[in-house]
Design a protein around this ligand. Structure first.
Ligand code: NAP
Ligand code: MG
Length: 483
């Protein structure tokens, strides 16, 4: 029997007011219900906010190193459950075992990183414009914050919001994505085990309308950190702005990799291939467009087509090259985009179909797909697809490559494959993206540097991760002392 999980409010595991639950299904085998979660109501959300507000002063007054010690224990508790968390992640979201294990390790590392940061929140001392005066700044927590996260990195993204929020002395309510709440739930068990005081971190599952929306506009919430689609993020930002909450939304992408004639095509293929098909293309930073110079276009198309065709697709637990889509609706959307692409004039060079027969009939499997002869005005070159679909666009020059790369509403991650130092540096200067990479895939982030998008990929208020994580979750107070 699959387990039924509870909300975590004020240090207690409690059922929803609704007396209803929803199921989380294994995308590799849709007959398997992984677990049941609470279909929470607005009232549940409000009681979580109330608990977080009540716990606020004491947690804010707890010395940073003491808060850090709790976070370190959280990281250790998760490390002790790494295998279990990895398998849970595979079962609820569909990632391969290697991808899931890497993501759980990332969450552990994030808790350990911000455990250290909690001792180091800092502030600055400046020279005052007179004698017998001190001039300095100190950082203070914002208060009670709401964290709303997507299903595609269901433990790393909650971790990179929860850890800096707690390190900085905030209390919080977390709403995980309904498709994959199980690994967040494990994090909250780790909070309990680590001795985080009751009410400091609260976990409420349920819909965007009953939990997400009330969190975004509640008067007692001081800040909202959201990651998800641009459509939902825009609504969240607007509702948070009504009462001047601090808000940060990190959203969709349409990330390009430029391939120039000096590139080694084997290397370019690996960079684009892993970026496009890793995590089944379900990364905000996934490579969705290969922008390829005409001199190497044919060679690159042959090579990336072979790459896509060679990938072994299967159930994540067996650790194939690529797992299933998270849900039927995401799979349908991918297939629809393949259709849109073909009707729009693109050529299907690899994949394009749902996989069937044998184990494929049990889950949401799709072939790694390459569409060529794509032009920048086509919908498949403009809209986020969020599946393993790569569009290949041909360009005649470096300047045209950058222009095409920038010709979208998004600006999250971008990369170039080149041996030309001038192209590499001009790309870094001119690309409209929050992350610019040379000779590297668009996916993959280091945890101690800022992450966030340009243009419609982000509200562009604050970055996440590294020091930027602390910046978002603290206010700066400027202190003048005369003596
Ligand atoms: P989503 O549909 O926008 O959902 C994100 C979160 O918002 C979920 O927890 C969702 O709850 C909740 N939500 C839904 N409606 C809401 C509302 N009206 N008010 C408040 N919250 C609401 O995104 P997703 O499908 O989970 O994730 C995929 C998207 O995330 C892609 O666009 C991807 O590019 C983006 N993403 C961006 C980044 C980044 O850092 N830039 C990272 C990862 C993913 P339910 O699950 O219950 O609907
Ligand atoms: Mg969605």
């Amino acid at each position: 029997m699959p387990r039924e999980y509870s909300n975590y409010i004020n240090g207690e595991w409690v059922s929803s007011d609704s007396d209803e639950t929803f199921e989380v299904v294994n995308p590799a085998d849709t007959d398997e219900v992984v677990a049941y979660f609470q279909s929470s109501t607005k009232r549940d959300t409000e009681s979580a906010i109330e608990a977080a507000v009540a716990a606020q002063d004491e947690w804010a007054d707890t010395p940073g190193p003491e808060r850090g010690a709790v976070l370190k224990q959280v990281g250790n508790a998760l490390a002790a459950r790494k295998e279990e968390a990895t398998e849970t992640l595979v079962k609820e979201e569909g990632k391969t075992r290697s991808e899931a294990s890497g993501e759980v390790q990332r969450a552990i590392d994030i808790f350990h990183y911000y455990a250290g940061k909690a001792s180091d929140l800092g502030g600055v001392v400046k020279s005052a414009s007179g004698r017998n005066k001190n001039l300095s700044t100190k950082r203070e927590p914002l208060g009670t914050v709401a964290l709303i996260t997507p299903w595609n990195y269901p433990i790393a993204i909650p971790a990179w919001k929860l850890a800096p929020a707690l390190a900085s002395g905030n209390t919080l309510v977390h709403k995980p994505a309904s498709a994959a709440p199980n690994v967040s739930q494990i994090l909250f068990e780790c909070f309990e085990e680590a001795g985080l005081p009751a009410g400091v971190a609260n976990f409420v599952t349920g819909s965007g309308s009953e939990v997400g929306a009330p969190l975004s506009d509640h008067d007692d919430i001081d800040a909202v950190s959201f990651t998800g689609s641009t459509a939902v993020g825009t609504a969240v930002a607007q509702s948070a702005a009504d009462d001047l909450k601090r808000v940060q939304c990190e959203m969709g992408g349409k990330n390009p990799t430029i391939v120039m004639p000096s590139a080694d095509i084997g290397e370019a293929t690996d960079i684009v291939g892993v970026g496009a098909f890793g995590t089944t293309g379900q990364s905000c930073t996934a490579c969705s467009r290969a922008v390829v110079h005409e001199d190497v276009y044919d060679e690159f198309v042959d090579s990336i087509t072979d790459y896509a065709n060679s990938l072994d697709v299967g159930a994540g637990l067996e650790d194939p090259d690529m797992g299933p889509h998270v849900s039927r609706s995401e799979l349908d959307e991918t297939l629809e985009y393949v259709d849109v692409g073909r009707k729009g004039g693109a050529t299907l060079a690899a994949g394009g179909s749902e996989l069937s027969g044998g184990e494929y009939d049990d889950g949401h499997y799709v072939e790694p797909t390459v569409l060529t002869d794509v032009t920048s005005d086509m919908r498949i070159a403009q809209e986020e697809i969020f599946g393993p679909v790569l569009s290949v666009l041909k360009v005649g020059s470096f300047e045209e490559a950058v222009e095409v790369a920038n010709d979208v509403r998004y600006g999250l991650s971008a990369s170039i494959v080149t041996q030309d130092i001038s192209e590499a540096n001009t790309f870094i200067d001119d690309i409209e993206a929050g992350v610019a990479k040379v000779n590297e895939k668009t996916t993959g982030l280091e945890l101690h540097v800022p992450f966030g998008g340009y243009k419609d990929s982000s509200t562009n208020t604050y970055r996440e991760q590294g020091d930027a994580g602390i910046d978002f979750f603290t206010s700066t107070k400027t202190v003048y002392v005369n003596y």
